[in-house]
Write a protein that binds this ligand. Structure first.
Ligand SMILES: Cc1cc2nc3c(=O)[nH]c(=O)nc-3n(C[C@H](O)[C@H](O)[C@H](O)COP(=O)(O)O)c2cc1C
Length: 378
């Protein structure tokens, strides 16, 4: 048995994967900045695009997405006319077979785009051009965007750069009615809060764990997760997407272990799967309960609208020191969806299930993004 194999299989491995306390790194540059080669350039590298356009798309790209797959592309028709589309190579066909999460993510991208455009002095006119996502001739062009020059609005773009998904250290202190109504307003009233220890919240926590276990028994779902997992810094820099150790909140010695001792195929192994289940069981118990964001329907327009509401709400949650953790496995699995719709008023269409809770300290973003020129098509 060589040294590497010994370390991989020994008790030490189990201990570190369980998540030991953070080791101080002494590194001042943020992890995201280091892995993304610094700040966005104001110099556009795309001939058809202005510096403002380039910066607006950089801010748009900071939107969240399932598995951090960043399923968007942008086609520049002319400097103020763009098409936003679904990059079909970035779909998650196993857990998101009908593109629900991809379209929700593109909605979040559009919300960031509109806010960044307002800050740069552009009003955005959007037209949904997609037909139906179940159409066999599904056209990946989704939204037509026209930018109209106007006065810059006083928008706080720091909210876009500092928001992140947060999965640890959520307080169980209930959300205040003031915070819930502020978030609900931004979600156009499509948001519902279920405080911890209520029947609904307990049910959502149980379902999150049960459906995570169902997925981890599905080889195809595990392999899809592995395909989007980036363990080493060199792989992260190469792809600038996917699930990284920092994004999965694997910290300290455990992070060192997964970066240097694990191979990509180990992500599909039983040890990693079991630790993921343990972590999910722990997470489902932590926090102040659950938010559900509902939609008006399941058309392309409905899903993009829900993604935009989610992102408006998530940006404000950050301001209020509220962690947002989407736990989508329940809505991805048929049995989970059925159980959630049966437990809510008839006609409820849940688009997001989010674990929430106040934070003492809002951690810095760590998930990486592709540079604008990687997702812009001429
Ligand atoms: C539609 C959607 C579904 C998501 N589902 C999950 C999920 O089931 N579990 C999870 O841990 N994170 C989930 N996320 C969060 C993403 O993993 C996260 O946004 C991505 O890794 C980028 O990280 P960031 O939000 O910190 O920028 C989801 C995000 C979106 C937009």
């Amino acid at each position: 048995m060589n040294r590497r194999h010994f370390l991989k299989t020994g008790a030490a491995a189990t201990a570190v994967l369980a998540g030991m306390p953070m080791l101080t790194t002494g590194c001042r540059t943020s992890l995201r900045t280091r892995l993304m080669d610094g700040q966005p350039s104001t110099e556009t590298k795309i001939p058809e695009m202005t510096a403002d356009g380039y910066r607006i798309l950089h801010y748009a790209s900071l939107a969240p997405s399932g598995h951090n797959s960043q399923p968007w592309f942008v086609r520049i028709k002319d400097p103020d006319h763009w098409i936003i589309g679904l990059d079909t190579d970035r779909r998650l066909p196993v857990v998101d077979g009908n593109n629900t999460e991809a379209l929700l993510s593109i909605g979040a991208f559009l919300e960031n785009l509109v806010q960044a455009a307002a800050a740069h002095g552009y009003r955005v006119h959007t037209t949904i051009i997609a037909k139906d996502r179940f159409d066999p001739d599904f056209n990946p062009d989704l939204v037509s965007i026209r930018l109209e020059k106007t006065q810059p609005e006083n928008m706080d773009l720091h909210r876009l750069t500092s928001r992140r998904t947060v999965k640890s250290h959520l307080s169980d202190r209930p959300l205040t009615p003031g915070d819930v109504s502020a978030l609900s307003r931004l979600a156009d009233g499509h948001l519902f809060y279920f405080p911890k220890n209520t029947t609904h919240a307990d049910h959502m926590a149980e379902q999150a764990v049960a459906n995570y276990i169902i997925q981890m028994k599905n080889r195809a779902a595990v392999q899809e997760m592995a395909k989007w997992t980036r363990l080493k810094d060199s792989t992260i820099k190469e792809h600038r997407d996917g699930l990284t150790p920092a994004g999965m909140e694997i910290q300290g010695l455990a992070s060192w272990y997964v970066k240097y001792l694990m191979d990509p195929e180990d992500v599909t192994g039983q040890t990693f799967i079991d630790k993921g289940i343990e972590k999910t069981q722990h997470q489902a118990k932590e926090g102040a309960g659950w938010l559900v964001i509902t939609g008006d329907g399941n058309s392309v327009a409905d899903l993009i609208a829900s993604g935009r509401r989610f992102q408006r709400m998530a940006l404000e949650a950050k301001n209020r020191m509220i962690a947002i953790h989407p736990m989508s496995q329940t809505l991805e699995e048929t049995s989970g969806r059925k159980s959630i719709t049966e437990n809510h008023s008839p006609g409820t269409i849940p688009h997001f299930m989010l674990r929430v809770g106040y934070l003492d300290k809002y951690p810095e973003p760590v998930s990486v993004r592709r540079p604008v020129e990687w997702f812009v098509r001429a």
